[in-house]
Design a protein around this ligand. Structure first.
Ligand code: DP6
Length: 348
């Protein structure tokens, strides 16, 4: 993050707006090896979702005496303000400024309910705030910055199939996201099955820390992930839907078993979550191509081959307790609105 990224004599009073899409993990990130730099203990693989998004505008204003923000159409609570301000402090340090900012962010899906709103939120904030501060970062640099806001946010800078690498150095410069395949590589349908719009009881961040500190299974989780990553990369390279589904469900249930085994155990699911998982397995045994995954919340995502998606959706609608179904495909990485400005290519 060198100062030569600064666009000199830049007018800081311009507003920049960025759009980013959430992602769902096929191989989960759960656990940190460093909390300050937010370095993951494990690598992860995700898909970026086209039809859900966060849109964030940032403008620095030397009249402000603190950062002002509206998040998801509401005034944020103290912990959200702290998280966004600390993130903007990183941007200010890089841009060598002390100016505060206006931040307006909206999402078209329930925030903080296990639908990766922090992923799209910090990816959009990283892009909009750096450009508003006169910085032009490469995608690697943006991914390192977004990771400080939320580990999964680094992945939302890219579209399609994305891997977050676990680096081995203390400075985190190798803990970056890379695209494995773009959003056109393999057309899949994703049904996002919303079972609750409540804020989850414990954040991923607190859940990860509790799990690392108390679960007897934590080291087995960490040491088993490289194999899952290898298997998933191979299955994706072959577009082998059955194997992708098998590894994905295995990794998902392994993560939730780990989370259940914290002390006190954390249960992100509700009864509809479990009913949906069972229904997806039943539909599959009846010949439909579908598998599930669940992140840190009660929502279930059904990933399907497009020619089976309507029948799968009809089957899942019969489960009581579903609030809403959002059907989507794979989508692009983060981009700036109205500026027709592509992100810089990754640093070589
Ligand atoms: C279960 O990225 O929200 O969704 O880095 O602490 O902000 P922080 O965690 P976050 O964790 C996501 C956890 C997950 C799995 C995943 O997305 O890989």
């Amino acid at each position: 993050m060198q100062s030569n990224n600064l666009i000199f004599s830049y007018d800081m009073s311009k507003q920049f707006t960025a759009i980013a899409h959430p992602n769902i993990a096929l191989i989960k990130y759960w656990g940190k090896r460093d909390s300050k730099l937010n370095l993951p203990a494990v690598g992860s693989i995700s898909i970026t979702l086209r039809d859900l998004f966060t849109k964030t505008s940032v403008e620095f204003d030397d009249q402000l005496t603190q950062d002002e923000m509206t998040l998801a159409g509401k005034l944020p609570d103290a912990s959200d303000i702290k998280r966004v301000t600390e993130f903007l402090d990183l941007v200010r340090a890089q841009a060598k400024t002390t100016t505060f900012a206006h931040v307006i962010s909206e999402t078209n899906f329930p925030a903080q309910a296990g639908l990766a709103s922090s992923a799209s939120g910090f990816a959009a904030l990283a892009l909009a705030s750096t450009r508003a501060a006169g910085l032009k970062l490469s995608k690697n640099e943006l991914s390192i910055l977004a990771r400080r806001g939320s580990g999964s946010a680094a992945r939302s800078l890219y579209g399609g199939f994305v891997e977050m690498k676990r680096g081995n150095t203390d400075d985190g410069i190798h803990d970056i996201a890379v695209q494995i395949h773009d959003e056109h590589y393999w057309p899949l349908d994703i049904l996002v099955l919303i079972t609750s719009e409540e804020k989850k009881s414990i954040s991923s961040r607190d859940g990860m820390n509790l799990t690392r500190d108390t679960s007897p299974y934590y080291s087995a989780w960490v040491s088993s992930i490289d194999q899952d990553l290898r298997d998933m990369r191979n299955a994706l390279a072959q577009k082998d839907f059955e194997t992708v589904g098998e590894i994905s469900e295995f990794n998902c249930l392994k993560m939730h078993s780990l989370i259940f085994s914290a002390r006190p155990g954390i249960i992100y699911w509700n009864e509809t979550t479990l009913a949906l998982i069972q229904k997806i397995r039943e539909l599959r045994s009846n010949g439909l191509s579908v598998f599930f995954t669940v992140d840190a919340g009660p929502q279930v995502k059904a990933i399907c081959l497009p020619n089976h998606a309507d029948r799968i959706e009809r089957g899942l609608r019969t489960i009581p307790g579903i609030k809403k179904i959002i059907k989507t495909k794979l989508g692009p990485g983060a981009y700036l609105e109205h500026k027709n400005t592509a992100l810089c290519p990754p640093a070589i």
